[in-house]
Design a protein around this ligand. Sequence first.
Ligand code: SAH
Length: 252
Amino acid sequence: METEVKNRIYIVGIGPGKEEMMTGEALYALEQADVIVGYTTYVKLLGERFQGKELRATSMRQEVERCRLCFSEAEKGRTVALICSGDAGIYGMASLMLEIGSAYPHTELSVIAGVTAASSGAAVLGAPLGHDFCSVSLSDLLTPWETIEKRLRAAAEGDFVIVLYNPSSHKRKDYLKKACRILLRSVEGDRVCGYVENIGRDGTKSEICTLEELQDREVSMFTTVFIGNSGSEIIDGRFVTKRGYQCEKFPH
Ligand code: SAH
């Protein structure tokens, strides 16, 4: 027998900050919602446009409670949008929602893609992700540090461009340094690196430097870090990882 679907929750990636960087589909989902749920910072980021909706902000580390709130609102027949920064499926709430959602067969979950910090940050720096890349989160809240270290070593071994999410927090001030030291065991010190803080928000700041220099930089938790591969270069002040096209044939 088919399960009748009554309730809907949109799990929405709102991009890095400003509304212009939200997808049309994300805007549509927010327009449809009766109630918008999210971490306080992201609820505040939503402009005037959604202030007429019921907004429910919950604090950090209350992820499971935030999901439960979405399901209990949806069970009242209300359309819910759960918002996450960037893409909801990338270090966001989409996976947890789908995990919890299996207990709520009357609620349909729609995951709406968003612009993740890897791509919005890359655009600020130039084109660092022009070839194979991988991302590693330095947060060891839910992942043991040994696993993070193993992945960093494997990424360096595979000559991937590496994007670091969660490079720092109040309790993890030296984690970027720790990560750089691990990479420096096999990667040369003058490898092209860069970082972008507050992408798509007030006070966007970006910097290009070497891996050697990166290890001593203090970055905030709203920063995404990029470590180039062996072929990454700085071209006219931009961080570029080439795909391998032959363009010398076409001089200016
Ligand atoms: N779902 C988000 C990632 C959440 S993890 C996404 O897809 O982008 C949180 C980490 O994402 C931060 O520590 C930072 O590394 C990165 N991040 C998210 N938004 C950012 C922004 N506006 N500017 C810079 N980094 C950001």
